[in-house]
Structure formats: structure tokens, C-alpha cells
Write a protein that binds this ligand. Structure first.
Ligand code: UT7
Length: 334
């Protein structure tokens, strides 16, 4: 699906992120499985990742990110009327982690639900929240993306273990005076679902002992390098923008080779790409908001900056958005 904004401008007015304290280096992993810092760096660009403590669940990682995003937006939980949590590692199947967060944040007026779209979850959630605001159903939405993949990895499988990390990011969406989202492009190729999946996690294989992530890395790699380019190109065309106009490119942080390939094909110069996969690995739904937060901390998101974000992941799914970043003074007071 593809669509462009045609109503009141809606933008991100608050941003927050959180990663657990524990750092696992490539050398640490080489003590656990047959791998090396050299292999991981060369094939993925990942140097280290963060791993949650045994007692930490999704809401523990998401809460500080949400609080930071609300503070950044100058808002309280009670002001929210929507919370969407994008994750494949909720605290439990139900209640939704979004509802747990809503309670902790004092968001008594908010509709709260979780959304599952693999690593693309944050992009899907962003588009949904945008749609709720554009349709007049909500005025202030909190979109949270995060995962605690360390809990569902096979810690003896080197082909997945080295890639992933834990983390979360959150954004507040509101109506603004100008700028904001220009459009979204989302999609799914369900036939490729078996290339990245968690058998034994639902009602079809509920008695299956296989409760770890399984991945066909080569197939996902091929999908990623194709889809990051085609989705961005489609959306730019639909929005009447050219790649030369993109100031900040925030791709899903899965593998530096995938990012470099997409940027090269699209023609986006290195200094416009946000990369933090070296420090966090692939944090799934946390990846894009964590990268956005890094870009903001580095002063790369200026008023009016054209920001292109593209995610991809299990499903197989993908999603892109194009927006003009909005500075505080352009925001409409609630
Ligand atoms: O959000 C989406 C999440 N998933 C992804 O983004 C994954 C996309 N795929 C990839 O990033 C890459 O396919 C990988 C990084 C997973 C693998 O890189 P690759 O260049 O495609 O390697 P490969 O799978 O072709 O494996 C090459 C060799 C194999 O050995 P043989 O068969 O050539 O003897 C693997 O067994 O590397 C071996 N290998 C490893 N060696 C050391 C696989 N994993 C490791 C490892 N350490 N961790």
C-alpha cells in the first residue's frame, strides 16, 4: 500500500530511546559459539550489542523510552489517546504490552494495542498512528518500537546469535503547523515468511519445542537489498521527491552491507546515512527509532530536513516513510 499526506500536517514531536546496560562484544560471543570478531565485522559491521538482564522484559525497556519521548514532547501520559507497541517479544501474549505501558504512564484515556510486523513493526505502527490522527480518531499518539530478541534466540546458533541486540525507541505524533509526514509505503510478501520465523510460538505449532528464531540469512539478505531500494524509490516517486533531496536516510539497522548496498543503489551519499548497527546490532522494531534518536543527538535532524526511513523484516514485510522533520517551535501547543 502507498499513500501521500493530504490533510493537516502531522509530525514527530517527541523522541526517546533506551538500551540495556549489558554490552556483549563479538569476542564475548566467540567464547560461546564458533565465530570471531573478524567474521562478524566483515559480514555484518556489528561490533557489539546490548542484552537485557534476565528480569527485564519488553515493557522494562520500552518504559524509559516512552517517558523520554513524552518529556521531549512536553506531554504527560494522561494526554495520550493512543499507544501502539510494535514488537515480536511482548511481555506476554496478552495483555498487550502497550496496555501495560499505558498503565505505567498513566495514560487513562488511551487505546492501547500491540502490533506484530517483525523488524518492520515500528514503520507499520507509525503509519497506523498517522492514519488515526489524519482520520480524526486520535490527537496525540505514542508509537513504541522495541524487541528483546535475546530472549528468543538460540544461544548455540551462530548464524542468528551474532546479529541481534535488545533495545527500544518511542516517538510522539501530533498535529503540527507545517512539515511532517509526506507519505508511507508498506507491504508484505507472506510467501517468504519461512525465511525468518519463530516456529512453536503460536496456535499452529503450539506443541513444537522449537521456540527459537530461525533464519535463512541469504534469502533475507536478498530480500533486504531488493526491498530497501524499491520501497524507497516508489515512495519518493509518489511524493514527487528525488533522492537528491533526502537529507537524512534512516534504514533498518540489520547489517552494514545491506545498508551500504541500498544507499549505493539509491544514490544516497555516506554522510546522509544514519548507521548505529555497529553498536547495537539488529534491535528489530527498536532499530529505526534508536537510529533516529542517534541522528537527533548528533544534531543531524534540523527543521525541514527531509527524512527517509525504511524498515524490513519478518513477514516478510517492509515499510517506508518520508517526512520533513519538525522543530519544537513549529509544533502546535496541545
Ligand atoms: O531484520 C532482518 C533480520 N535478518 C537479516 O537482516 C539477515 C540478512 N542476512 C545477512 O545479514 C547475512 O546473510 C548473514 C550475516 C546472516 C550471513 O552472511 P553471509 O555472507 O550471507 O554468509 P553465509 O550465510 O553465506 O555463510 C558463509 C559461511 C558459512 O560457512 P560455509 O558454509 O561457507 O562453510 C556459514 O556457516 O559463514 C558461516 N557462518 C559463520 N562463520 C562464523 C555463518 N555464521 C557465522 C558466524 N561466524 N557467526
Amino acid at each position: 500500500m502507498i499513500g501521500t499526506a493530504n490533510g493537516r500536517p502531522i509530525s514527530i514531536t517527541g523522541l526517546g530511546c533506551y538500551v540495556p546496560d549489558r554490552v556483549l562484544s563479538n569476542d564475548d560471543l566467540a567464547q560461546m559459539v564458533d565465530t570471531s570478531d573478524e567474521w562478524i565485522m566483515e559480514r555484518t559491521g556489528i561490533r557489539e550489542r546490548r542484552v537485557a538482564a534476565p528480569e527485564q522484559a519488553m515493557s522494562d525497556l520500552a518504559l524509559p523510552a516512552c517517558e523520554q519521548a513524552l518529556e521531549d514532547a512536553g506531554m504527560r501520559g494522561a494526554d495520550l489517546d493512543l499507544i501502539i507497541m510494535a514488537t515480536v517479544t511482548p511481555d506476554m501474549a496478552f495483555p498487550a504490552t502497550a496496555a501495560i505501558l499505558g498503565d505505567l504512564l498513566g495514560a487513562t484515556e488511551a487505546a492501547c494495542y500491540d502490533l506484530s510486523a517483525g523488524c518492520t513493526g515500528f514503520m507499520y505502527a507509525l503509519a497506523q498512528a498517522y492514519g488515526m490522527l489524519a482520520g480524526g480518531l486520535a490527537e496525540r499518539a505514542l508509537v513504541v518500537g522495541g524487541d528483546v530478541l535475546s530472549k528468543i534466540l538460540d544461544w548455540t546458533d551462530r548464524s542468528t546469535l551474532v546479529l541481534f541486540g535488545d533495545g527500544a525507541g518511542a516517538v510522539v505524533l501530533e498535529n503540527v503547523r507545517g512539515g511532517g509526514f509526506l507519505g508511507f509505503e508498506l507491504g508484505a510478501e507472506g510467501a517468504g515468511g519461512v525465511h525468518l520465523w519463530l516456529p512453536g510460538s503460536g496456535s499452529r505449532h503450539f506443541d513444537d519445542p522449537e521456540t527459537f528464531v530461525k533464519m535463512n540469512g541469504r534469502e533475507v539478505f536478498k530480500f533486504a537489498t531488493r526491498i530497501l531500494v524499491s520501497s524507497a524509490e516508489k515512495l519518493l516517486r509518489e511524493c514527487g521527491r528525488s533522492v537528491e533531496e533526502v537529507d537524512v536516510y534512516v534504514p533498518h539497522q540489520a547489517n552494514v552491507r545491506i545498508i551500504d548496498h541500498a544507499a549505493r543503489k539509491l544514490g544516497i551519499p555516506q554522510d546522509r546515512i544514519v548507521v548505529n548497527v555497529d553498536r547495537y546490532g539488529n534491535t528489530s522494531s527498536g532499530s529505526i527509532p534508536l537510529a533516529l534518536a542517534d541522528a537527533e543527538a548528533e544534531g543531524r535532524l534540523r527543521d525541514g530536513s527531509l527524512v527517509l526511513m525504511t524498515g524490513m523484516g519478518a513477514g516478510l514485510t517492509w515499510g517506508s516513510s518520508l517526512m520533513h522533520w519538525t522543530e519544537q517551535q513549529e509544533r502546535i501547543a496541545a
